[in-house]
Ligand binder design. Structure first.
Ligand SMILES: [Zn+2]
Length: 205
């Protein structure tokens, strides 16, 4: 696990793993054996961090064909970034070995759909927790509507914009991550997962 030393290698490994998943050529139980479990007792050295939606159709280790100890996974509905989630990402990068941060949205996201619904029906009653998630995604809805007024954006367009917004937010709200990113020590990339194909499309790389 410790062999990956750059964000370029990390991205290549994620792409290769996803290609195996897409073509149904996954390894047999990768990184799930007695020896590795015992080895990981000494500590973890994940090569990438993935901020993903909690959606049951997007299990991060499965879609990248990885097992224990490889990917530091942060999951929350709508893959938003609140302070504790940013803290989790910072932990993996600043105090562990992750070189690459992937912010991954996905097709037909329920959190994005809920946000679109509230945008159209603002008086709907939700819970404070759901409202907070919606508030984060709403920034992307408003941004897209400003860019293209009158156009009805699809949930997937909003999900992709949300990924870009979260990346900007991460760079704005975490000076240590921004420093590592600007100097090229780490990379932060957006991604979008399509359900039927099982494919992760990396954005702007
Ligand atoms: Zn989702």
């Amino acid at each position: 696990m410790g062999e990956i030393t750059s964000h370029k290698e990390a991205l290549r490994r994620l792409k290769e793993g996803n290609a195996r998943f897409v073509s149904m050529k996954r390894r047999h139980d990768p990184g799930v054996d007695y020896e590795l479990r015992a080895e990981l007792l000494k500590g973890q050295s994940p090569y990438a961090t993935v901020l993903s939606c909690s959606d049951s159709r997007v299990p991060v280790e499965l879609i990248f064909d990885e097992g224990l100890g490889s990917i530091f996974v942060v999951r929350v509905a709508g893959n938003i970034a609140t302070p504790s989630l940013i803290g989790s990402i910072e932990y993996a990068t600043l105090h562990s070995t992750s070189k690459l941060i992937v912010i991954m949205g996905h097709e037909s996201c329920g959190a994005v759909n809920a946000c679109m619904d509230i945008y159209e029906n603002p008086n709907k009653i939700h819970t404070p927790g759901i409202d907070l998630i919606v508030k984060h995604i709403m920034r992307s809805v408003l941004k897209l509507n400003k860019l293209k007024p009158g156009h009805k954006h699809t949930d997937d367009e909003v999900a992709i914009e949300n990924v870009r917004t979260v990346k900007e937010q991460l760079l704005r709200e975490s000076p240590p991550l921004k420093k590592l990113y600007d100097s090229g020590h780490i990379n932060i990339v957006g991604a979008f997962y399509t359900l039927a194909e099982g494919e992760v499309q990396f954005l702007d790389v």
